[in-house]
Design a protein around this ligand. Structure first.
Ligand code: SAM
Length: 432
């Protein structure tokens, strides 16, 4: 494969081989057969000579094009190839000067880029301005005004910062911050979660001694608030019903001080397999990963009425994570939303059976769509009078998180600078 660092490029530009890598990766991503992060990981695995900065350029360029695809197609034409879209992104999105294209683009392409730099996108529809598909714009418009939708889209179309969660079993946040400062890593305390650190850039931290010893994990600050809503205590029986690779399981386990029993259910053995080494690094001995066939598996039913707390971090369209996964907006569809909402309702009903009287149930998604959020929770509460709604704002405020969110947690990138998250807290009545 091409060695990207050998060709001399003008200052601020990139080498020709690196540009070719970015074009190839973009072409593969734009087929939309697989998630963009999986396609990029594969490209990097197949091209191990690419360094951290090269990978950064490729990923940022690909994600930049995905975020602004409608605008770029308006400028470059509906038939624009991945190479043309990349040139258009670098010229208009990144504002590269013409000299950066020398050595990368042919004379004809450079003439095209020069024209493009002065081109107007012309009158654009709301969906084009928001850089969202038409169907999604329509759904969001039923929930908010045009101005709110554009502000949301602007927030979603920006790169996400890198957040860490300090593992309270192993370290104090101030000590981790002090160590980062000594190591020259720009970081500050999170504004919302008392366990969060926000990094100034995107340093590679997998080999950092505090990552290796389990003192911190990567977790969006918004996601950390979901763990605070569950608020598990030492010695309790807690179920993380859709645990995946354990982003929230690890947080819950640490909040329980590695005591009690924390069941991590999921239908994906691949995801649960990723949880196991993370549990070990985090120093948790209270987590029990359990592979289930579906939400009504006998392994689930065995815990009926026994759990102090159950988290349902439901499978969803993930549209709240567009800052990190901008391809999702082009890969989701109204049919996928309908399929999701049916599954979410079934999982929530099955998980609710595990909650003991007086116990807590938290339903959460990283979706922005009302049908996956309030729609599922309202239908559940209407069908289950034995559950009552609790105030997310009160629960967070008692843990020192001041957030004007009301009964249900709604986090939005343009307001909270987190991914988009939704959570509803409920309690089974009849407790002591
Ligand atoms: C939003 S992800 C969970 C992310 C995880 N909680 C974290 O914090 O990293 C949703 C998970 O639900 C799982 N899932 C899908 N259907 C399920 C079902 N019927 N029962 C339990 N888990 C399910 C998926 O495999 C996926 O891992």
């Amino acid at each position: 494969m091409n060695r990207p660092t050998k060709t001399k490029a003008p200052e601020g530009a990139v080498s020709r081989p690196l540009f070719i890598h970015a074009t190839q990766a973009l072409g593969a991503v734009l087929a939309f057969d697989h998630p963009a992060d999986a396609v990029l990981s594969r490209h990097f695995r197949d091209n191990r000579e690419l360094g951290h900065r090269d990978r950064g350029f490729i990923a940022e360029s690909v994600y930049g094009v995905l975020r602004r695809l409608r605008w770029l197609r308006r400028l470059a034409g509906d038939e624009a190839t991945p190479r043309m879209l990349l040139l258009a992104w670098l010229a208009r999105g990144e504002g590269w000067p013409m000299r950066n294209f020398e050595g990368l683009a042919s004379a004809t392409e450079r003439d095209w880029v020069a024209t493009l730099k002065a081109a107007e996108a012309g009158a654009m529809s709301l969906a084009e301005r928001a850089d969202l598909p038409d169907w999604l714009t329509e759904r969001l418009l039923a929930q908010m005004s045009e101005d709110e939708l554009l502000a949301l889209a602007h927030g979603l179309n920006r790169p996400a910062p890198l957040d860490l969660r300090v593992n309270q079993l192993k370290a104090e946040r101030d000590a981790v911050l002090a160590r980062f400062q000594a190591d020259g890593i720009g970081a500050s305390a999170g504004r919302l979660s008392p366990q969060a650190i926000r990094l100034a850039g995107k340093p590679a931290l997998q080999k950092h001694p505090l990552f290796v010893d389990g003192s911190f994990e990567v977790q969006d600050e918004g996601s950390q608030l979901l763990g605070l809503l569950v608020q598990p205590r030492r010695g309790e029986l807690v179920v993380d019903f859709c645990a995946g690779a354990g982003g929230k399981t690890l947080q819950l386990g640490a909040m329980m001080r590695s005591s009690g029993r924390l069941y991590a259910f999921d239908v994906s053995d691949k995801r649960l397999a990723k949880l196991k080494p993370r549990m070990a690094r985090a120093g948790l001995s209270n987590v029990h990963p359990v592979l289930i066939a579906h939400e009504n598996d006998a392994k689930v039913k065995r815990l009926a009425g026994k759990a102090d707390r159950v988290l349902v971090d439901a499978p969803c369209t993930g549209l709240g994570t567009l800052r990190r996964n901008p391809d999702l907006k082009w890969r989701q569809s109204p049919a996928a939303v309908a399929e999701m909402t049916a599954k979410q309702g079934a999982i929530l009903a099955a998980a609710a059976r595990l909650v003991r009287p007086g116990g807590r149930l938290v339903y959460a998604t990283c979706s922005l769509l009302a049908e996956e959020n309030d729609g599922v929770v309202d239908a559940f509460l209407a069908a289950h009078p034995e559950f009552r709604a609790c105030s997310a704002q009160d629960i967070l405020s008692r843990q020192g998180v001041a957030l004007d969110t009301g009964e249900r947690l709604r986090l939005l990138p343009q307001i909270h600078d987190t991914d988009g998250f939704y959570a509803a807290v409920m309690e089974r009545t009849g407790g002591a």
